[in-house]
Ligand binder design. Structure first.
Ligand SMILES: C[S@@+](CC[C@H](N)C(=O)[O-])C[C@H]1O[C@@H](n2cnc3c(N)ncnc32)[C@H](O)[C@@H]1O
Length: 855
C-alpha cells in the first residue's frame, strides 16, 4: 500500500468554544485543569451506548442474546450488562481515531455544527446540513468533512450555505497553466513561503506542504495542455458556473482570479491578461475586452475596501493571506495527489525550512489545520471568510454532486467512510418495546428515586411509604437496588429502610417528555399504581403517550401542564400561598434575571393555557364545543385533559393551572428539570451566556417551590439535570435546603452510585448582575471558587438567603457534597485504563426526603 505523508493524518482533539463569561465562571467552578478536560470531553460523544431494557416486556439477558445474534461476531467484547445497573445493556464504541484525509485529495465539505455533531455520533449528512463544498465535488468523491461553528451569540454559521471552497492545489495548477512563463518574478518571497510549507490561504489556515515534497519538487513551467492543471482549471471553471447560480459577481471575480484568467485581479499590478490554459480560458472568458476587466478590477477593489471597513483583524489577515497566495501561486504546481509543489531555484533549500519559526504562533485551531492534507483548502466563492476552525470530523464519500447538495432539500449527501468515533452498530431488530436508548445517568436518576429511604428519616406514622410498604421495592421488575444506602455520609445508613418507589404509589414526573424516565418509573413500580407525567408542551405530551404505549406501561397518565403552576392550594391557604410566593420572589430579589424569567414563563404559560381556560368558562357555545372537541381529542391520544379547580394561588406565581393538584398529592416525585444542557455530548460550541444560565436556575427554583409542596411527607424526591453548570445543580440544592430545610432532608443519591461528589463552595458574583465574573474564583477549593466556610447543613434550614442571597451563588458544604452524584464528562479519562463504561454525559442527581409539611 502506498505510504501516505504524515501530514494527511489528523487527530481529533478540539475543545468546546464557550461564551467567555461562561468559560470564566466554569473555570472558577471546576478549576483550570478539570475545566480543560471537560471542554475536551464535551466535544466527543460518550463511547458507550446504553440500551435500557424494558423489564415490563423482557429481561436484560434476553436483550443481550438478541443483540449478540444480530451483531454476530461484531458483538465480541461490545455487548454487556452493566454490573451495577442490571437494566442497562451497554454497547461499547471506540475513538477518537486519527483519520487519514489523503484520499480527499484536497476536497472538502463544510457542514453545520449540528450536522457535524451528528456525524461524530455516527450519522450520515443530509443535504440541508451542507454549507460549503470544494469546487467540482462529484458523486462518489472522497471529501474531508469539517464543521462550521456559529458566529458568537447567533444561530448563523460562520460560512454561508452555498459557498464554494477552492482547493488551492487545483487553483494553483490552473494559475500555473495560465502563466506562459514560470512567473519567476512573482515567485519571490511568497514562493518561499509556499516551498517551506507555510503558505497561508484566504481563510487564515496555514497550508502545509510535506517537507519531502518541498525539498524535492521540481521547478514548474507551464504544464502541458490537458494535464492535471487543465483538469483543475476545468473544475474551477465548473465552480465559476456553479457560483453564478447565486453568488453574484463577486463570486465570479474570485473564480476568475482562481482560474488564472485575470492576472490583474490576482496581483493588482499586471497590465495584461496572460494566455490561459485551454480549460481555464474557455471557462472564465480569457478573451474578455479590457473594459470588462477594468470594471471587474474596480468591483474587486471596492469589495476589498468594504471588507476592510466591515471586518476586524480577521478580514485584514485574510486579505493579506490572499495577496500572498496569489503572488505565490504561479510558482506552484499541483502534484498528482493534490499536494502543492514549490518552485525550485534559489529560494528553495534549507533557508526555507527556517521560515515557520519566524511565523506567529498558531492558534489552537490553526495548529489543527496545519496537519490538514497537503494542498489545503481555500475559500471562497463569496469573498474571504472568517478564519476556519479546522474542526475536521471524518472522511466521507459524496452521495450527491456539489450542485445537488445545495439544491436538494432532503436526501443523503455524504456517507462516512472513516469516522473519528466508531459507535456500536445500530441495533434495529429487537422486538418492539424490549428496550430503548437512554443515557446511563438518566437511568441512574430513576433508580435513585426507587432506592430505599432510611427509616429513621421518616415520621412515626410512616407517611406515604407506609401505605405501600407491603409492596416490593420494584427491584424484580426494573433492577432497582434493594439494600439500604451504603453512603458513609449518612448517619442513618444502617437503619432499616423503605423503598422510595413501590407498586401502588402515586408518583409525579414533573417535566416528563419524551418519557424515558417516566416509563422507567412505571417499570420500577411493576406498572402498578399511577405515574402522573407533566409536560408543558402539548406535542411532547403526545410523545410520552406514544412511548408508554410502545413499552406497554399502562399506569402512566400524561398531562399537558406547566409544572410551576401544578400546585392547587385550597382557598383558605391561598393567601398563605400567595405570601409564600411573594417570599420566593423576595429571596430572588438580587437576581434580576429570575424576575425576567418568571414573567416570561408566566406569559408563556398564560398564552398556552389561555384557550383551555376559556374553554373551562365558555363565553360562547362555539368555545364550549371547541373545548369539548379538544378534550375528546386528548382522551383519544391518551392524554388526560385537565379538570377545573377552584383554587386561586400557587407557589411560583401565575395561579394554578386547571387540573392542578393539592399539596401532598404524591408519594414520590421526580423533577428532571429543563436546563441549559451543558452536559450533552458531543457539542463543538456552547452559545449559552450567563444570563441564560441564570434564567434556567430561576426556572428550576420555581419548579422546586412547587415540588416540595406536592410531595407527601415521607416521600422521596429526586432533582436531576443534564448540565455541568453548578448554578443549576449544587446552587439549586442549596436553595432548596436553605428555604425548605425544616421539611426536606438531603439523603444519599444512590445506590447505584456512578457519579462523583458535588461541588463545595460558592461563586462570588454569578448571581449579581453587572459584576464581572473573571477573577471571582478563589484558589485551593474543590471548584477553585471560595470555600464553603459557612457550614450550612442539610438540616439547618430556615429561610436562608438562598442562591440569590448576598455573597453570590452558593453550592454545597463538605458534608453535603458526597450525598449527590455529579457525572463528570471528563471522568472517564481519569478512570483506570479509560473505562468506556464510565464515559457519560454531564449529569447531576440529588435526592431528598420530606420529613415535615412545608409551612
Ligand atoms: C430534561 S427534559 C425531560 C426529559 C425526560 N424527563 C425524560 O427523561 O425523557 C425537560 C422537559 O421539561 C419540559 N418543561 C419545560 N418547562 C416545563 C414546565 N414549566 N412544566 C412542565 N414541563 C416543562 C420540556 O418540554 C422538556 O420536555
Amino acid at each position: 500500500m502506498e505510504e501516505q505523508p504524515a501530514e494527511t493524518v489528523k487527530e481529533f482533539a478540539p475543545k468546546v468554544a464557550w461564551d467567555p463569561e461562561v468559560e470564566a465562571y466554569l473555570r472558577g467552578a471546576l478549576g483550570d485543569e478539570r475545566f480543560e478536560r471537560t471542554a475536551a470531553a464535551l466535544c466527543r460523544p460518550p463511547r458507550t451506548t446504553c440500551l435500557r431494557v424494558n423489564t415490563l416486556r423482557t429481561t436484560p439477558e434476553a436483550v443481550v442474546a438478541a443483540v449478540r445474534q444480530q451483531l454476530g461476531p461484531d458483538s465480541e467484547g461490545v455487548v454487556s450488562i452493566h454490573p451495577q445497573v442490571p437494566c442497562a445493556v451497554l454497547l461499547r464504541g471506540s475513538g477518537p481515531h486519527a483519520v487519514d484525509y489523503a484520499g480527499a485529495r484536497g476536497r472538502e465539505v463544510v457542514v453545520s455544527r449540528k450536522a457535524a455533531e451528528a456525524v461524530l455520533r455516527g450519522a450520515p449528512v443530509y443535504a440541508p446540513g451542507v454549507l460549503a463544498a470544494s469546487a467540482g465535488v462529484g458523486r462518489g468523491d472522497l471529501v474531508a468533512l469539517s464543521a462550521a461553528l456559529e458566529r458568537p451569540g447567533t444561530d448563523t454559521p460562520e460560512i454561508t450555505r452555498g459557498t464554494t471552497l477552492y482547493d488551492s492545489a487545483r487553483a494553483a495548477g490552473a494559475e500555473a497553466a495560465a502563466a506562459v512563463a514560470p512567473a519567476a518574478a512573482a515567485g519571490g518571497t511568497d514562493a518561499k513561503a509556499v516551498a517551506d510549507g507555510s503558505a497561508p490561504c484566504e481563510q487564515g489556515i496555514t497550508r502545509t506542504v510535506p517537507a519531502e515534497v518541498a525539498a524535492t519538487a521540481p521547478a514548474v513551467s507551464a504544464p502541458p495542455p490537458g494535464g492535471a492543471a487543465a483538469t483543475a482549471a476545468a473544475e474551477v471553471a465548473e465552480a465559476a458556473a456553479d457560483m453564478d447560480e447565486g453568488g453574484g459577481h463577486q463570486q465570479e471575480e474570485e473564480a476568475a482570479a482562481a482560474a488564472g484568467t485575470d492576472a490583474e485581479a490576482r496581483d493588482g499590478t499586471a497590465t495584461a491578461s496572460t494566455s490561459a490554459a485551454p480549460g481555464a480560458g474557455a471557462a472564465a472568458g480569457g478573451a474578455e475586452n479590457l473594459s470588462v476587466r477594468a470594471r471587474r478590477r474596480q468591483r474587486h477593489r471596492q469589495y476589498q475596501q468594504q471588507l476592510q471597513q466591515q471586518g476586524g483583524p480577521g478580514v485584514a489577515e485574510q486579505l493579506r493571506h490572499k495577496g500572498r497566495r496569489q503572488a505565490a501561486a504561479p510558482g506552484q504546481a499541483a502534484a498528482p495527489d493534490g499536494t502543492v509543489a514549490p518552485a525550485g531555484g534559489a529560494e528553495s533549500g534549507p533557508q526555507q525550512q527556517q521560515q515557520p519559526q519566524q511565523q506567529q504562533q498558531p492558534s489552537q485551531h490553526q495548529a489543527q489545520a496545519q496537519v490538514l492534507p497537503a494542498g489545503g483548502w481555500t475559500a471562497s466563492s463569496q469573498g474571504p471568510v472568517p478564519p476556519r476552525t479546522g474542526l475536521y470530523v471524518g472522511l466521507a464519500r459524496a452521495a450527491m454532486g456539489r450542485q445537488e447538495m445545495f439544491r436538494a432539500r432532503e436526501g443523503l449527501a455524504l456517507e462516512l467512510v472513516q469516522p473519528v468515533f466508531r459507535v456500536p452498530p445500530a441495533v434495529s431488530g429487537l422486538p418492539t418495546g424490549w428496550a430503548m436508548l437512554q443515557n446511563l445517568p438518566s437511568v441512574v436518576a430513576a433508580l435513585v428515586l426507587a432506592a430505599p429511604v432510611p427509616q429513621v428519616l421518616l415520621p412515626q406514622d410512616g407517611g406515604a411509604a407506609a401505605a405501600t410498604s407491603s409492596g416490593s421495592s420494584g427491584s424484580g421488575s426494573g433492577g432497582a437496588p434493594t439494600s439500604s444506602s451504603s453512603s458513609s455520609a449518612s448517619p442513618s445508613a444502617a437503619a432499616p429502610a423503605r423503598p422510595g418507589l413501590a407498586p401502588g404509589m402515586r408518583v409525579l414526573d414533573m417535566c416528563a417528555a419524551p418519557g424515558g424516565k417516566t416509563t422507567l418509573l412505571a417499570a420500577l413500580m411493576g406498572d402498578v399504581g399511577e405515574v402522573v407525567a407533566f409536560d408543558r408542551t402539548h406535542a411532547k405530551v403526545g410523545e410520552i403517550v406514544s412511548l408508554a404505549r410502545e413499552l406497554g406501561a399502562t399506569c402512566i397518565r400524561a398531562h399537558k401542564m406547566d409544572a410551576g403552576r401544578a400546585l392547587a392550594l385550597p382557598p383558605s391557604a391561598a393567601n398563605a400561598g400567595a405570601a409564600a410566593s411573594g417570599r420566593a420572589k423576595e429571596g430572588a430579589s438580587g437576581d434580576a434575571s429570575a424576575e425576567v424569567e418568571a414573567k416570561e414563563g408566566q406569559r408563556e404559560s398564560q398564552q398556552q393555557d389561555g384557550e383551555r381556560a376559556q374553554g373551562l368558562q365558555p363565553v360562547s357555545e362555539k368555545a364550549r364545543l371547541r373545548e369539548e372537541r379538544r378534550r375528546a381529542n386528548m382522551l383519544k391520544r391518551g392524554i388526560t385533559p385537565p379538570e377545573p379547580v377552584g383554587a386561586t394561588a400557587a407557589a411560583g406565581g401565575g395561579g394554578p393551572a386547571p387540573g392542578s393538584f393539592p399539596p401532598e398529592s404524591f408519594d414520590a416525585l421526580l423533577l428532571d428539570a429543563p436546563c441549559s444542557a451543558l452536559g450533552l455530548r458531543p457539542r463543538l460550541q456552547q452559545q449559552a451566556g450567563c444570563l441564560y444560565l441564570r434564567q434556567c436556575a430561576a426556572a428550576q427554583r420555581r419548579l422546586v417551590d412547587g415540588a416540595v409542596r406536592l410531595l407527601r411527607v415521607g416521600g422521596a424526591m429526586v432533582y436531576s439535570t443534564c448540565t455541568i453548570n453548578p448554578g443549576e445543580n449544587e446552587a439549586v440544592v442549596r436553595y432548596l435546603l436553605d428555604r425548605y430545610g425544616a421539611s426536606m432532608r438531603l439523603v444519599p443519591a444512590g445506590p447505584p452510585v456512578l457519579g462523583g461528589p458535588g461541588l463545595v463552595g460558592r461563586h462570588l458574583s454569578m448571581v449579581e448582575p453587572g459584576v464581572p465574573l473573571v477573577g471571582a474564583a478563589g484558589a485551593g477549593t474543590a471548584g477553585g471558587a471560595e470555600a464553603a466556610a459557612e457550614g450550612s447543613t442539610a438540616a439547618g434550614g430556615g429561610a436562608g438567603s438562598g442562591a440569590a442571597g448576598g455573597g453570590g451563588e452558593r453550592w454545597l458544604t463538605e458534608d453535603e457534597a458526597p450525598l449527590v452524584q455529579r457525572f463528570d464528562p471528563a471522568a472517564e479519562a481519569e478512570a483506570d485504563g479509560g473505562d468506556v463504561a464510565a464515559d457519560h454525559i454531564g449529569f447531576f442527581v440529588a435526592k431528598f426526603v420530606k420529613t415535615a409539611p412545608v409551612a
